[in-house]
Design a binder for this molecule. Structure first.
Ligand SMILES: [Zn+2]
Length: 237
């Protein structure tokens, strides 16, 4: 009995146990943006967020600062935090950065490829195909972004993986803002072909497929509004 009592005393109080960490709250917001449930330009009020997650405003501020550092959230003095609304110029910058980084990521992945890594990639593209079949749009959007982050993680360079995570998130916000009605985020069959080339260690083909893939995504967006203004005619007609 004494041992049991000691164990009980050592356990954290249930409230602390439930209290969300900065990482957990960050992840919840991250996924909500990835799944297009949280829109660009949404105000993330400290007090409301603190209430929703049952934590202090200081903890929410910490999460918001981290998201702001990654350009996912914009902080305005007096007005507070908002989900970022990348301009068309920023959107083009994101694609330019991805064209430089993703071939380098693939090169490193192919140099270090193992059957286990190929399996992880195939499992992921199967999840994507399954989400397509179920027509689960939220899962499709999230999984297609996560494919690129997974490729970077498996490549084994943590700095590249971190950059990819941020760039994927910004791409996601961009797709949300500038998606043409007919566009898709990532085409699942293109991911599958990239994985095939990686499995064959065909670096030239993998890189070419990735660059074509990025062209397709960027090409499906309406980034020709030079000032990034909303198309009011289309909205109100
Ligand atoms: Zn993709």
């Amino acid at each position: 009995m004494p041992a049991k009592a000691r164990k009980a005393a050592a356990e954290p109080a249930p409230r602390n146990d439930r209290e969300k960490s900065v990482d957990e709250i960050y992840e919840r917001i991250y996924v909500a943006i990835l799944e297009h449930r949280l829109h660009p330009g949404t105000k993330l009020g400290e007090e409301r967020m603190a209430e929703i997650f049952g934590v202090s405003r200081a903890r929410i501020r910490e999460v918001l600062a981290r998201l702001a550092h990654e350009q996912i959230v914009e902080l305005f003095p007096q007005r507070g935090a908002y989900v970022a609304k990348p301009t068309t110029e920023q959107a083009r910058d994101v694609f330019e950065a991805r064209r430089l980084i993703e071939p380098a990521v693939l090169k490193r992945l192919i140099e270090t490829i193992t059957p286990d890594k190929v399996n992880r990639l195939r499992q992921h593209t199967e999840l994507e195909a399954d989400a397509h079949r179920r027509n689960d749009k939220r899962a499709v959007i999230r999984l297609s972004g996560e494919f690129h982050t997974l490729v970077a993680e498996l490549a084994g360079n943590s700095a590249l993986a971190r950059s990819m995570r941020e760039l994927c998130m910004l791409t996601c916000l961009t797709i949300f803002l500038y998606d043409a009605p007919t566009a898709q985020s990532c085409r699942n069959d293109e991911h599958e072909r990239i994985v095939d080339a990686v499995a064959k260690k065909d670096r030239a083909r993998a890189e070419k497929l990735m660059l074509d893939h990025l062209d397709h995504i960027e090409g499906s967006l309406k980034l020709d509004n030079s000032n990034g203004d909303a198309d009011l005619e289309a909205i109100f007609k």
